[in-house]
Design a protein around this ligand. Structure first.
Ligand code: SF4
Length: 368
């Protein structure tokens, strides 16, 4: 089922700064330099993050002259909704354009309880347009790197989706286009703005950052002001296989990655999630199951088995061409083995198969 929405958030290229990209202290500095009181920064944050003002004229807590001054210097909204596709399973895929006509995606996934009521609304958002990492199983990787998203461009995905769907997102996953830890400063700033006591958009414990394994940045993230939950895109249990399907693994091998994961757990005390796409004959043997057990038992963790989204539309070559999903019974065997060792395992269904939900699929077709 497809649904196209009119472009009601259209923005034009602008030389103005994005106000949602400013840290609180920077906003205070700007205001004080302009002769305004510090408390105006709190009011502005409240208008943007709590009242969700989309225009400075809506900021009625502020005096007229300040609204006018802000409108001359800053933009509030930094991305435009281009397209929205609604799946029969309830998930919704959003395509956004940036001011420079690059594209990014976000996917809304409702998780229902046994009575069919949505008890968790998850939004998977992007941190880059394209991605430089080039994992063999990922459509976004074939786009190459386009740009790092600003904090405002990261946050606006959430705000526009909430407005479009009329629902509150209560779980955010940084697992869309891009490697978040290669856009470290902007991602950490976006998380800080979302989790801050002044904005109260969402708790850091409801934000999951998924990384392909940039080990030094995982350690750094442990000391950020609002460390999120950490998910590792593992997808292999040996360096040889990982190097083959995730080129980044050549820079950060499993040993350095696992040391960084242990470090993160020690400092945050939050369970680690390992994401694993089982590929037929590549990473789904009994030996893989045993190595995965050892990895998952190093610190409190859980394992998510994710189905392989078809990427044949990218005309895959080399190792990408060889990747096929594991038969479900083999995935179930590995999952049972891990569970028998008291490891929490989730075998995920794919959301949105009918709406081109493979990460990067919509953006790729739009770029072309
Ligand atoms: S899986 Fe993530 S890190 Fe790998 S290419 Fe795709 S977006 Fe980049």
């Amino acid at each position: 089922m497809f649904e196209y929405s009119e472009n009601r958030f259209q923005i034009k290229p602008s030389v103005k700064k994005q106000i949602k990209s400013l840290a609180y202290d920077e906003l205070v500095d700007y205001l004080q330099a302009a002769g305004e009181e510090k408390y105006r920064a709190d009011q502005i944050l409240h208008e943007i993050f709590v009242n969700r003002a989309t225009d400075f004229s809506q900021m009625t807590q502020l005096p007229k002259h300040l609204r006018k001054m802000l409108a001359e210097v800053f933009d509030i909204t930094s991305i435009s909704l281009e397209e929205k596709r609604v799946s029969a399973d309830g998930s919704v895929k959003f395509l956004f354009s940036l001011a420079d006509r690059k594209f990014i995606e976000a996917v809304y996934m409702p998780w229902a309880n046994d009575d069919g009521e949505v008890e968790r609304s998850t939004l998977c958002i992007s941190t880059m347009s394209g991605c430089p990492v080039g994992c063999a199983f990922c459509a976004t990787g074939t786009l190459g790197f386009k740009k790092n998203l600003s904090p405002s461009e990261i946050i606006d995905q959430i705000f526009i989706v909430e407005q479009e769907l009329g629902t509150k997102i209560n779980n955010i996953v940084l697992m869309g286009m891009g490697e978040p830890l290669l856009n470290y400063e902007n991602v950490v700033r976006a998380i800080s703005l979302l989790a801050d006591e002044k904005t109260k958009v969402i708790s850091r414990r409801k934000i999951t950052l998924s990384t392909s394994g940039i080990a030094p940045r995982i350690r750094e993230l442990a000391h950020s002001k609002f460390p999120p939950k950490l998910a590792i895109s593992l997808h292999a249990t040996t360096n040889g296989t990982r190097n083959k399907i995730m080129p980044i693994a050549q820079s950060f091998d499993l040993s350095s990655l696992m040391d960084a994961v242990e470090y993160y757990y020690r400092h945050t005390k939050m369970k680690i999630t390992y994401e694993y796409i089982p590929f037929d004959g590549i990473n789904d043997s009994a030996e893989d199951a045993e190595r995965l057990r050892k990895i998952a038992q190093r610190v409190p963790s859980r394992v998510n088995f994710i189905p392989f989204n078809d990427i044949s539309f990218t005309k895959p070559q080399g190792v990408s061409f060889e990747l096929k999903p594991s038969p479900p019974e083999r995935v179930a065997r590995i999952a049972d083995y891990l569970r028998s060792h008291k490891i929490a395992v989730i075998v995920r269904d794919s959301f949105g198969r009918d709406i081109e939900a493979a990460c990067g699929q919509l953006a790729l077709s739009r770029e072309k």
